[in-house]
Design a protein around this ligand. Structure first.
Ligand code: PLP
Length: 396
């Protein structure tokens, strides 16, 4: 079998397949019900109702029960993607707290947060970067030392896209609040995999993205807890209660609503069956290939993610050879593919260069099977052996 007739897709943290049920739900909103949800007449109004239904489905997955006087789950604001949600949250916090001139983020955030932080530094905003240890765990003691009365926002991701670590966001929110700072979490990788209820938590803002949970690309959400100060990023029409201008991506939003409903129903499956597949894959590779290690906080990570370092070879070379067998995975994060530098996440963890360079991330979904896992376990040893034979650093 080669890539022409087989695809084994183990790159679900980069993006996911649109679920068939999701595609069915969104189709009528591309063909039949194409009205503008803001229009006054019935043909538009029924589209507006579809947005409200999606808002309720999403709120249900997130555990956000607040309903405004108009009967809407208005803690949910639709955006175009996770990146827009992250940008909006960070800039809003700074604009609504003009007396505070500092934000704090972790060193292992996605570029959707880190590059905003870097841009803000150029505009003379102070940025604190919370370090992590060799397992990628956040140093809460350091956070306590960094946060102060000048801090507008602490932003720490719920789950890391490269190593899968799950971070103690409730604890971090409490620390931020002790100093009057807001707390935002990038939950793009956590939603649908980590069960939680925002009603019971102190999270002010949360980002999610449709294409990571079997909805299409181009739709996201920013959750803003009721009462939290907010300033829009996209300014325009009165959509989303004037909190995000621009006609909503109706079919994408309907899809996201349905995807959230499915994610809630599949949460148990994700944390049992998918987790078991991930564990089988990881164990199979580590047992068969010498000089390998699994990265991250192995007891506190997403059920679908495995980051494995193969000493003395290049991750990109591994990916190219796996591609010949139709196997799709990622080296570091998809967004950093193309650069040969080890990812900022692995560097922050202090993973030795010889291992960080040869790191591959496998990320599974509910559509993967045991047969696929065994196929990958079967192909990997020869791939690694071939590459190591060519490596000047490998002399076993
Ligand atoms: N945050 C995390 C943790 C991600 O993994 C990603 C995508 O890889 C994003 C943000 C960006 O999401 P989007 O592609 O929807 O902009």
């Amino acid at each position: 079998m080669n890539k022409k007739n087989k695809v084994v897709y183990f790159d679900n943290n980069a993006t996911t397949a649109v679920a068939p049920e999701v595609f069915e739900a969104m189709k009528p909103y591309l063909t039949e019900f194409y009205g503008n949800p803001s229009s006054m007449y019935y043909f538009g109004g029924r589209v507006g109702q579809a947005l409200d239904k999606a808002r309720a489905q999403i709120a249900d997955l997130l555990g956000s029960s607040f309903i405004d006087p108009k009967g809407k789950h208005s803690e949910i604001i639709f955006t175009s993607c996770g990146t827009e949600s992250d940008n909006t949250a960070i800039l809003s916090a700074l604009q609504t707290c003009p007396k505070r001139n500092k934000i704090i983020v972790s060193k292992v955030e996605h570029p959707a947060v880190l590059n905003v932080a870097k841009e803000l530094e150029r505009r003379n905003i102070k940025v604190g970067y919370i370090p992590v240890d060799s397992k990628g765990r956040i140093d809460l003691q350091r956070l306590e030392e960094m946060v102060d009365e000048d801090t507008a926002l602490v932003s720490v991701m719920w789950a890391n896209n490269e190593i899968g670590n799950i971070y103690p966001v409730q604890k971090i929110a409490e620390i931020a609040h002790n100093y009057g700072a807001l707390f935002h979490t990038d939950a793009v990788q956590a939603v649908g995999k980590v069960p939680f209820s925002l009603d019971d938590m102190d999270i002010d803002m949360l980002s999610l993205s449709g294409h990571k949970l079997h909805a299409p690309k181009g739709v996201g959400v920013l959750y803003v807890k009721r009462g939290v100060r907010f300033r829009p990023f996209m300014v325009g029409g009165h959509q989303e209660k004037s909190r995000r201008g621009g006609t909503e991506n109706v079919s994408g939003i309907v899809a996201l609503g349905r995807a959230c409903e499915l994610a809630k129903a599949n949460m148990e499956y994700e944390n049992t069956v998918v987790k078991a597949l991930r564990d089988r894959l990881e164990k199979g590779i580590l047992e068969r290939v010498p000089s390998t290690r699994a990265n991250g906080d192995l007891e506190h990570r997403l059920p679908n993610t495995s980051s494995i370092s193969f000493d003395f070879i290049e991750g990109e070379a591994i990916l190219m050879m796996l591609d010949e067998f139709g196997i799709c995975a990622s080296s570091g994060s998809a967004c950093t593919t193309g650069s040969l530098e080890p990812s900022h996440v692995l560097r922050s963890m202090g993973i030795p260069y010889t291992a960080a360079h040869g790191t591959v991330r496998f990320s599974l979904s509910c559509y993967n099977t045991e047969e696929e896992v065994d196929y990958v376990i079967d192909k990997i040893p020869a791939v690694i052996e071939t590459l190591r034979k060519m490596s000047p650093y490998w002399n076993h």
